[in-house]
Structure formats: structure tokens, C-alpha cells
Design a protein around this ligand. Sequence first.
Ligand code: HEM
Ligand code: HEM
Length: 177
Amino acid sequence: MKYPLAMRIIHWTMALLIFGQLAAGAWMVRMDDAVPAKFEHFYPWHKCAGMVVLILVLVRYVVRRGSRLPPAPSVFARWERLLSTAAHGALYLLMLFVPLMGYSMSSSFTQSDGVYFFGILLPELLPKNDQHFEVFQLVHRWSAYSLLALVVLHVLGALKHRLFDRARGGDVLPRMM
Ligand code: HEM
Ligand code: HEM
């Protein structure tokens, strides 16, 4: 049994978006401030794509709640079931938390150009306060890199099942393809 088509489409769309966000985010903060593309293109598009992630994770959660999901393969040990459930839960929390912290950071920063969603200026989430901004900036950074670490663990888990549990019917990759 596979995951429903809608969940498979959202899974791979979000995976691409999140990898792009992690790479572009890490790249843009290290760019020289004098490069015009930094604040004219990279920052606005990072914020806009991040808001798409925020919307998609909410849609994904609703779709998940309304779907029949494939049960864990019977060959999985108890610890494997627990670890994958915990990892999926933590991935959902971070997919929500990371963009929310980005939005909070951009809203509280006094020098921010605002958050544009495909040309529409979104409302500020919080009052301007540069001390709060610094906290959100730190939390956004570290939660984003924690998300990366968890995704690495998630992919290693999927590879482990494919390489070592395939013969016993424990490969989970085809369920998401
Ligand atoms: C899943 C979604 C997102 C991911 C994975 C992500 C990831 C990142 C990463 C890795 C960085 C670089 C951190 C560093 O090394 O200092 C960054 C920076 C940044 N992000 Fe995001 N981000 C996301 C969503 C958002 C959203 C929704 C916003 C705002 C609406 C946002 C605003 C920013 C800003 C303004 C910076 C630059 C901060 C600075 O100049 O220090 N991000 N992001
Ligand atoms: C940013 C990247 C990724 C995130 C945030 C992510 C997140 C998730 C989440 C939350 C689930 C649980 C099902 C759901 O509710 O959608 C899942 C399932 C799955 N993911 Fe990912 N994923 C990512 C990338 C990948 C990659 C690159 C692979 C390829 C190896 C992969 C393979 C799978 C598989 C095989 C499942 C099904 C697991 C099962 O049947 O128990 N994911 N993913």
C-alpha cells in the first residue's frame, strides 16, 4: 500500500522547497551586502518560498488527517516504529516552526522590507523590536539547521530500510514514490 497521491506530491514538493530554502538561506546570509541581488532577490524570494512551506505544511497536515496511511511494515522492530513516528512528528513541528520563526524575525526587525507573498505585502506578525528580532534570528537559524539534521537522519533511515530490509519486505521508499 502506498501513501495517497496527494501526500506523495506534497512530500516531494516540500522536500525540494526545503532543500532549496536551506541552501539559499545559508548562501544568502554569507553574501556580501554590496551585491544587489542579496536584498533585491535572495531575501524576498527566501521569505516568499518560506511562506509557501508554511501553507503547504498546514495543507499536508489536514490531508494526512483525512487519509488512510500505510501501516508500518510488519518486519519493523518496536524501536524502528517508535523512532520513525517520533522523527515524522518532529519533522512536522520543525516544518511549521522554522518558517514561523522566519516570519516573526522579519516582522520584528525595524530595518525589514516586509514579507511579500508573490507581490502581496503580508501583515506584520509582531511589533517592531530589534532585541526580539535577534532572538528570532538565532532561533530561526538553529531550528533550520536542526531541521537539516533531522532530514539527514530521515534519509539515512529510508536508505537503511532499502539496503538492509528490502528482502524482508521492509523497503518503505516505494510507498512514497
Ligand atoms: C522551511 C522554511 C525555511 C527554511 C528551511 C529557512 C532556512 C534558513 C537558513 C538556513 C538561513 C540561514 C541562517 C544562517 O546561517 O544564519 C535563513 C535565513 C533567513 N531566513 Fe529563512 N528559512 C525558512 C523560511 C523563512 C521564512 C518564512 C522567512 C520570512 C518570512 C525567512 C526569513 C529569513 C531571513 C530574513 C534570513 C536571514 C537572516 C539574517 O540575515 O541573519 N525564512 N533561513
Ligand atoms: C526536506 C526533506 C524531507 C522532509 C521534511 C520529509 C518529511 C517526511 C515526513 C513528515 C514523512 C511522514 C509521512 C507524511 O506525513 O508525509 C515522510 C515520509 C517518507 N519520506 Fe520523507 N521527507 C523529506 C525528504 C525525503 C527524502 C530525500 C527521501 C528519500 C530517501 C524521503 C523518503 C521518505 C519515505 C520513504 C517516507 C515514507 C516512510 C514510511 O513509509 O514510513 N524523504 N517524509
